[in-house]
Design a protein around this ligand. Structure first.
Ligand SMILES: Nc1ncnc2c1ncn2[C@@H]1O[C@H](COP(=O)(O)OP(=O)(O)OP(=O)(O)O)[C@@H](O)[C@H]1O
Ligand SMILES: [Mg+2]
Length: 248
């Protein structure tokens, strides 16, 4: 469970450029929920994800994960709970390293005793099997450099990578924004698959209202640094795509 209590986050505090990105946000996300987070540009969605991930520290308020107060924990110390996928498919992977080496790096980042990973045949076969699930044929290209893949292929691999360590929570910030419609569908289906397989909690930020309508079991609208609407599965199911458009 993620609990955000009275969280405020300012940028450039005390200067002429001060922005209050989060204004006393309260939000509780239960294990296994799939929260879709929408809102206009600058409404605070990425900042909220960043405060959950520990990439940004809050100015006031409290962030807890599974009853542990993580408010002051840096991102790498939250990685046992969290994985994160960004908008840019180039982010978070090394283009000059092979697919397999990128998976090794990702595993080393989150595993304290990761020294065996580099040579472990079991690790390779696990990576291969998980990549095969994508149905993109990439399992036969494990030695190919990450940089030679398309944005959609990279993003799909990044998400598979994020799920390798069985995180409890996956944070996705506009993961399909840079992708063509078909790659975007593949990525969204992949999120469904990971949820079905691991029961992971997902928070997805999107500007795609069709996705916001179709996916998830909770819909949260942010506006000017706060939660403006928070719909549960039943309330969400009663909406049409146009109803959601009308919120903007
Ligand atoms: N590092 C930063 N320095 C200064 N201001 C920032 C920083 N990050 C975010 N902001 C500001 O905080 C506010 C919220 O930004 P945020 O990125 O959370 O919005 P968002 O809802 O993710 O928007 P978008 O849909 O455009 O991604 C904006 O006014 C933004 O300019
Ligand atoms: Mg954003």
């Amino acid at each position: 469970m993620i609990k955000i209590e009275q969280v405020t986050k300012k940028f450039n505090a005390g200067t002429a450029n001060e922005v209050v990105a989060l204004k006393g946000v309260n939000l509780q996300i239960n294990a296994g929920e799939y929260v879709v987070l929408i809102g206009t540009n600058g409404s605070g969605k990425s900042t909220l994800l960043n405060t959950i991930a520990g990439a940004e520290f809050v100015d006031s308020g409290k962030v807890s994960i599974d009853s542990t107060d993580v408010t002051k924990l840096p991102d790498y110390k939250r990685s046992r709970w969290l994985a994160r996928v960004m908008q840019n498919p180039l982010a978070g992977t090394a283009p000059d390293l092979s697919i397999l080496d990128n998976f090794r790096l990702a595993a080393l980042r989150t595993k304290s005793k990761g020294l065996k990973i580099g040579t472990d045949a079991a690790f390779k076969s696990e990576v291969k099997e998980r990549i095969a699930h994508l149905g993109m044929g990439l399992e036969n290209k494990l030695e190919q450099n990450m940089g030679t893949l398309s944005g959609g292929q990279r993003q799909a691999l990044t998400i598979v990578m994020s799920a390798m360590d069985d995180p409890k929570i996956i944070l996705l910030d506009e993961p399909t924004a840079a992708l063509d419609p078909q790659s975007a569908e593949t990525v969204m289906q992949l999120v469904e698959q990971i949820r079905a397989e691991f029961g992971v909690t997902v928070i997805l930020v999107t500007h795609n209202m069709r996705h916001a309508h179709k996916f998830g079991n909770r819909l949260v609208l942010m506006h000017k640094g706060n939660v403006q609407k928070d719909l549960n599965a039943a309330q969400k199911a009663a909406l049409s795509v146009n109803d959601i458009f009308d919120w903007f």
